[in-house]
Design a protein around this ligand. Structure first.
Ligand SMILES: Cc1cc2nc3c(=O)[nH]c(=O)nc-3n(C[C@H](O)[C@H](O)[C@H](O)COP(=O)(O)O)c2cc1C
Length: 203
């Protein structure tokens, strides 16, 4: 499938067939996430695949009444690891060694200098790892379309309850749930702002 088609055909799907999602499809989604770009290549995304009926039901109870989370054959709990921020010097050094900065000013930096990277306060770091994780989530969403799957981003949940349910450590932020399955509905395109509403300037 063309990327353009995947972008245009994607919908938030909230009704799924009972057919199970083959594990190789789930791995394909995780692979799409793994390949996502991230600031300084810190790759803060971490995932929990929820397939068991019992856990799907419990997970759905952590949402604000979203029954489709229990109905979907798989929900991927998408987390951001706050400790990934501390790996920036190491990740930057890897990039440097791989020649990612060849021909740029960064090429002349000594990898040891990456250790003196700019620091972030807690709030900024949380936003940073979360936005990087969101990119990986949307990679999975588009790959799902390519595989004939439907998905729905879910942020209407109580994060602390999800963390307790899955025994997730304090360094993890639950950014979103992604419910996935074969679609049992074909929603029409949802309303969007017009081009002129989103383009501020073209200078
Ligand atoms: C970050 C994010 C959070 C969302 N959270 C929810 C949610 O909690 N529950 C839900 O039913 N849909 C959720 N959605 C789906 C949106 O409602 C949907 O993307 C939007 O209405 C546009 O429809 P479309 O995705 O079919 O184009 C979320 C989408 C995004 C990107």
């Amino acid at each position: 499938m063309e990327l353009r088609q995947a972008i245009e055909q994607r919908r938030s799907v909230r009704r799924f067939k009972a057919d199970p999602v083959p594990d190789e499809y789930i791995w394909a989604l995780l692979e799409a996430a793994r390949l996502a770009p991230s600031g300084s290549n810190i790759q803060p995304w971490r995932f929990v695949v929820v397939k068991s009926r019992e856990m799907r039901q419990k997970l759905s109870e952590c949402t604000f009444g979203l029954k489709f989370v229990a109905q979907a054959p798989v929900t991927i709990v998408c987390c951001a690891d706050m400790t990934a921020v501390e790996t920036r010097p190491q990740r930057m050094a890897e990039l440097w060694e791989a020649g990612a900065f060849a021909g740029t000013d960064l090429e002349n930096l000594n990898p040891a200098d990456f250790a003196q990277h700019r620091t972030m306060d807690e709030k900024t770091a949380r936003a940073y790892v979360s936005l990087n994780t969101a990119i990986a989530v949307e990679h999975m969403v588009l790959r799902a379309v390519d595989l004939g799957l439907g998905s729905c981003w879910v942020m209407m949940f109580r994060p602390q309850e999800v963390k307790e349910l899955l025994g997730l450590s304090d360094n993890l932020i639950v950014v979103a749930l992604l419910s996935v399955g074969f679609p049992d509905q074909s929603p029409p395109p949802r309303p969007r702002l017009k081009r002129e509403d989103i383009l501020l300037k073209w200078v």
